[in-house]
Design a binder for this molecule. Sequence first.
Ligand SMILES: [Zn+2]
Length: 277
Amino acid sequence: MVVKTKNRLGFSLLMALAGILLGLLIQVSLAVWTESAGQAAARRELALLGRRAEEALRTRAAWEESERRWAAESGGQILADKFAAVREGDILLLVNPWNPLPEGYVPELTEVGTEGHRLDVRCAAAFEQMLADCKAAGCRPVLISSYRTQEMQQELYDNKIKRLLDAGTPAAEAPSVAAMSVAVPGTSEHQLGLAADVIDENYTNLDQGQERTATQQWLMANCWSYGFILRYPNGTTDLTGIIYEPWHYRYIGLQAAEEIHRLGLTLEEYTALRGGH
Ligand SMILES: [Zn+2]
């Protein structure tokens, strides 16, 4: 009997111990599994970051190589000009929702096209040549907007807000929604005199459909060789603050335009590469 009781007690203890061990084992397994899942997530995150970092490094390397090539081919002239020009009024001046125009900025302007359009004297000839070549290629480009004064920009912005309110946009949201397509006065590239909106005569809507026109196809492929870039490419709103605008072209000079076109950058990214903003 005593032996039996002892055995039963031993058995019970053994079972309890086994239960504890099993519980521990389950806990440890769960912990290991959780850790693995966490580790896997961390690895994915690292891999993603790595890819982004690699991409950034590749872009920087490509840009630096391009800078060397341009410097060699131009005897350092273009490079020197470009960096000497890092000042107010520079053709590479970054103007966006976070970088307003310098106080009292007034470019030297000259007439382009018809209907009293004006652009900065440093890009007017390149712009006219670009449009002439675009026409010669069989397209029908029409210049619809060029230099704007602060007052003109204010009027456009106010009108945009009014249209949004009329369409039922809540008053609290109207200014920020408006700013995505009509820049807040003081932050528009049109006030620089270095930007122009060009549309196709056969398709006059300012929407994404513009990108399919012959004019935009030609301009998007060739504008860089005149020193212009498509300033607000598709999918870059987070960087530029402005909606996709397959009609707004900005002059930045031949070297920067060629590099931005080839490397697939925005002016914001290019400026960052050059160590600005
Ligand atoms: Zn524009």
